[in-house]
Design a protein around this ligand. Structure first.
Ligand SMILES: Cc1cc2nc3c(=O)[nH]c(=O)nc-3n(C[C@H](O)[C@H](O)[C@H](O)COP(=O)(O)OP(=O)(O)OC[C@H]3O[C@@H](n4cnc5c(N)ncnc54)[C@H](O)[C@@H]3O)c2cc1C
Length: 597
């Protein structure tokens, strides 16, 4: 069970009403409050360096004192705050957007300095009005995505002294992390990681080496982490409660003076010469705006929610495959960076996920884990033609099988288990198979139980499978296992050599589910997004290896979490650990490298 039972929504728009200095809710909720503009800033020294139209306008001479309304939320002003109030300032004037410290107003003095820093993003309103807040000397880091990686990046960048704004596409924070089981794990032995998971070894090593230390950092932010515990035979990690992670990290962002905006979706990036990026965003569903930042971190959680991209790289069965994730990760980080020429990793077709009870089962996102049929790597899996199509036991769990189901007709398979497999303990499969099957049945899934293999094969006709083919497949499987020749089956069966032998026999209809994509943006170990510059091969063109490519990094553009490609390319080394480590690293690097204009 998740600790920290605060409603997830309290991390989004509603929380703002309670008055965190920096945490905002929906953009465009303004409160009338007179403020003074250039020439009357709080330091009273007449030179805050506010700028108008991109030019520095040292206080005094060029600016007149004037009062007008200011937005409570400060930052991203739908229709530009003052303009929306009908009191448009002269175009030469820079406007400081004051922070709102909420009704409690407690930390006001200190907080406005921090939040003043955090407002170092200029917002172009629809009518061309440019609202601008000149910060102190901190670089402005914009983090796109308020999930695991984005929240870790935000706190890390704030700790490194940056002015941070997080934009989150949905109305609530947490992304897929919010739906997760909260086990922040990765491999405990480097050798097992190397043999079980292909991918970018430098990035993998970074996650492997930093994982427990970064969990300590997470704990120091107020996140309640359980003790280190083993995960299956190969992993170790600590359990967190997703809702509590979200509330603790939001509190940290607030305390450090960062800002969070929900309902703001990035859709395009434009590099600006000599500094950072202009970032086009959708505000809610209809409005748009442009933000500017010295550095941008893309943490949008992968492209599994985008059927066009899934069809391009993963499977044509996009009408059938389950999205086992948050619905907002539609590849926005990937496509925005691709428009700039970002390099992608190999294995764009790789993804992590699990098969879940197929329709007519009905369930919601919070039941994804309960509907997951994790014992597939112990089962015999048939496609709708009644044939095996993959070594069910490949990989460290059921993920490799699930990836193949995604490419079968209707992204559907039938798991066949006998009584011995159904009764396996959770030590092997996290949840005993009979429990998973019962949960699926309760949700309306298609499940059959028979006392003989012949009867089971016959009843599978009702699901459109050819009974004789099913029978032949099960018998051939059992015969090969008994003869010790399972590795000669086509496809072979190399591990988990359990025959389908003990009644009752159960068939469960499952569909592939995609949790996150593993292909994505190519980055270096500082999490900088890369582009290709040419080949470094000395071989003639026809012999050159595609790996012989030279890369360079985009200035001040970073990726974290599932937007980073190549971490788990075949196999799976944990999603939350990768998001934690890459997010923390990206935040620190972005804060350190971004130049202040
Ligand atoms: C049911 C389930 C169980 C899981 N259990 C575990 C587990 O126990 N252990 C584990 O290691 N992993 C687990 N995972 C995987 C883990 O949740 C992910 O690997 C992790 O959340 C990835 O972090 P992320 O920050 O990259 O993406 P997310 O946490 O998904 O965050 C991405 C965020 O970006 C936002 N976004 C997208 N596009 C935009 C845009 N254009 N502008 C602004 N914001 C945008 C999204 O709305 C989302 O909030 C599980 C996942 C699921 C679904």
């Amino acid at each position: 069970m998740h600790a920290g039972q605060g409603s997830p929504d309290t991390c989004g728009t509603q929380q703002h009403a309670g008055g965190g200095a920096a945490t905002g809710g929906a953009i465009g909720r303004f409160r009338e409050r007179p403020i003074s503009i250039a020439g009357a800033h709080p330091r009273g020294d007449g030179d805050c360096g506010w700028r108008a139209g991109g030019q520095s306008t040292p206080g005094g001479s060029r600016c007149r004192r004037r009062t007008y309304s200011r937005p409570v939320c400060g930052g991203i002003g739908r229709a530009g705050g003052a303009a929306a109030q009908g009191t448009r300032p002269p175009s030469c004037m820079g406007v400081r957007l004051w922070p709102y410290s909420g009704p409690a107003g407690g930390r006001r003095g200190a907080s406005w300095r921090r939040a003043g820093v955090a407002l170092y993003m200029r917002f172009k309103a629809r009518r061309g009005l440019k609202l601008e807040a000149k910060p102190t000397d901190a670089p402005a880091v914009l983090i796109v995505g308020g999930g695991m990686a984005g929240l870790c990046a935000a706190v890390s960048a704030l700790e490194a002294g940056a002015a941070v704004t997080v934009i989150e596409k949905s109305k609530r924070l947490g992304g897929s992390m919010r739906l997760s089981n909260g086990l922040v794990w990765t491999f405990k032995e480097a050798s097992a990681l190397r043999s079980e998971v292909r991918g970018n070894e430098s990035l993998q090593d970074m996650v492997f080496e930093s994982h427990l230390q970064d969990l300590g950092w997470l704990e120091s932010q107020g996140v309640e982490c359980g003790p280190v515990r083993p995960f299956q035979w190969y992993g170790q990690g600590r359990t967190v409660a997703p809702d509590q992670v979200i509330s603790a990290m939001v509190r940290r962002v607030e305390l450090l003076g960062g800002r969070i905006r929900t309902d703001v979706a990035m859709h395009r990036l434009r590099p600006v010469r000599n500094w950072g990026y202009e970032v086009d965003v959708y505000l809610s569903e209809t409005d748009t705006s442009t933000l500017e930042a010295d550095a941008v971190i893309l943490a949008t959680g992968g492209f599994q929610g985008n059927p066009e991209l899934v069809a391009r790289w993963i499977t044509s069965e996009t009408d059938n495959i389950y999205l086992r994730a948050n619905p907002w990760s539609t590849g926005d980080g990937l496509t925005a960076a691709m428009e700039l020429g970002a390099a992608l990793t190999r294995g764009m077709g790789e993804f992590y996920g699990h098969a879940m009870a197929a329709p007519p089962a009905r369930f919601g996102p919070r039941q994804f884990s309960d509907m997951t049929q994790r014992y597939g790597n112990y089962a015999l899996a048939l496609n709708l033609s009644g044939r095996r199509f993959v070594d069910e036991s490949a990989g460290t769990g059921e993920e490799a099988l699930n990836a193949e189901i995604a490419r079968q007709e209707k992204a559907t398979a039938i798991y066949i288990i006998d009584n011995d497999i159904a009764a396996m303990s959770r030590e092997f499969v996290l949840a005993p198979p009979h429990v998973s099957v019962t949960r699926a049945e309760a949700a309306g899934a298609s499940v059959l139980r028979k006392d003989s293999i012949e009867a089971l094969a016959d009843s599978l006709k009702a699901w459109g499978l050819p009974a004789q083919e099913v029978l032949n497949t099960i018998q051939a499987f059992n015969t090969a296992l008994a003869a010790g020749t399972a590795d000669q089956l086509v496809p072979p069966r190399r591990r988990n050599l359990h025959p389908i032998a003990t009644a009752p026999f159960t068939a469960v209809k499952v569909r592939a589910g995609i949790t996150f994509t593993c292909g994505g943006l190519a980055t270096d170990v500082d999490m900088r997004v890369l582009r290709r510059t040419g080949t470094v091969s000395t071989l003639p063109m026809l012999l050159a290896d595609t790996a012989d490519v030279d890369y360079c990094a985009f200035p001040n553009l970073y990726a974290a979490g599932c937007d980073v490609g190549g971490l788990s390319n075949r196999g799976y080394m944990g999603g939350l650990a990768c998001a934690l480590v890459t997010g923390r690293k990206a935040g620190a690097q972005a804060a350190a490298s971004a130049r202040v204009r």
